[in-house]
Design a protein around this ligand. Structure first.
Ligand code: C2E
Ligand code: MG
Ligand code: MG
Ligand code: MG
Length: 276
């Protein structure tokens, strides 16, 4: 219709669209160079056992240190890397780097489990498992994987097979951002998952808080039933921690404990923590 045409024409000249297109071009170009220019780094955020205060391990979170733009967070470039295929190379770099970090900390007497995030698009890399297997060996079995809920709702048989292989290689399998996708509780029972990561959007305040809390309680009871562990992500306040304890969530990750830090800061953070 004329109206649709009008809409289309308008959109072509929409300055925000041009801005986004420019941004995509910028990312495509500079992301390709980021690896060879060694601009990528991993930061590490601890996960804590709330009962003992012990660090259960860390999550490796990708950062891009761009000379002009400063530190760029993954939300701004991972999706683009998935679209243009660069996630394959970046993802392999992440796994190798995490493995060598795990080996290094272990050699320093600080053995630490490191969980790496794997996106759906990386499943398409036929070499991914071989890669994971070699890196797991280099890491003395200290690596885990985090797969987002949205990435596992596609081909479930394939996802389940992938998870099972990971487990056999000694990875603990985390289901990341649980509660944001459209997976069913039945899916939880079918997939070989070890740990559910409760998405931080559950920890709302305001009018939705009561409903979120009710939902969290039901997830906890299902997880108990299925003998799955739960980690809460994005814990920022003592009140949130208290609630989580109340409903039986014993592991947490969030700014209340530590932000993601460069590898060099982790040993000092651990020492300070053990002194408490
Ligand atoms: P994620 O795996 O769910 O990681 C948790 C995100 O929450 C991280 O954001 C972390 O910095 C942030 N966070 C932690 N504690 C708090 C808190 O208390 N409050 C708030 N508001 N946020 C908190 P980040 O580092 O920006 O990463 C965003 C997402 O990018 C990750 O979400 C993950 O899906 C993806 N990502 C990060 N690194 C990689 C990677 O190496 N490979 C792939 N494929 N994806 C990655
Ligand atoms: Mg994660
Ligand atoms: Mg998450
Ligand atoms: Mg999340």
């Amino acid at each position: 219709s004329a109206q649709e045409d009008g809409g289309r024409t308008q959109r072509v000249y929409d300055p925000r669209m041009q801005q986004r297109a420019r941004e995509r071009l910028w990312l495509d170009h500079h992301l390709r160079k980021a690896l060879e220019l060694q601009q990528l780094e991993l930061h590490y955020q601890p996960k804590l056992d709330l009962r003992t205060g012990h660090c259960l391990g860390v999550e490796a979170l990708l950062r891009w240190r761009h000379p002009k733009r400063g530190l760029i967070r993954p939300d701004l470039f991972i999706a683009r890397a998935e679209d243009n295929g660069q996630i394959a190379a970046i993802g392999r770099w992440v796994i190798v780097s995490a493995a060598s970090q795990a080996a290094q900390w272990r050699a320093q007497g600080l053995p630490t489990r490191i969980a790496v995030n794997i996106s759906a698009r990386q499943f398409q890399d036929a070499d991914l498992l071989r890669w994971l297997s070699e890196c797991q060996r280099a890491a003395h079995g200290l690596l885990d994987v985090e797969l987002t809920e949205s990435s596992v709702i596609g081909d479930q048989q394939r996802t389940a097979a992938f998870m099972q292989e990971c487990r056999q290689l000694g990875f603990k399998v985390y289901l990341d951002d649980f509660g944001t996708g459209f997976s069913s509780l039945a899916m939880l029972a079918r997939l070989p998952i070890d740990v559910i990561k409760l998405d931080r959007s559950f920890l709302k305040s305001g009018p939705e808080q009561e409903r979120s809390e009710a939902l969290m309680k039901s997830v906890v009871s299902v997880a108990k039933e299925l003998r799955l562990s739960i980690v809460a992500e994005g814990v920022e306040t003592i009140a949130q921690e208290a609630f989580l304890r109340d409903i039986g969530v014993h592991s947490a990750q969030g700014w209340l404990y530590a932000v993601a830090m460069p590898a060099a800061e982790y040993p000092g953070w651990m020492q300070a923590r053990q002194r408490r």
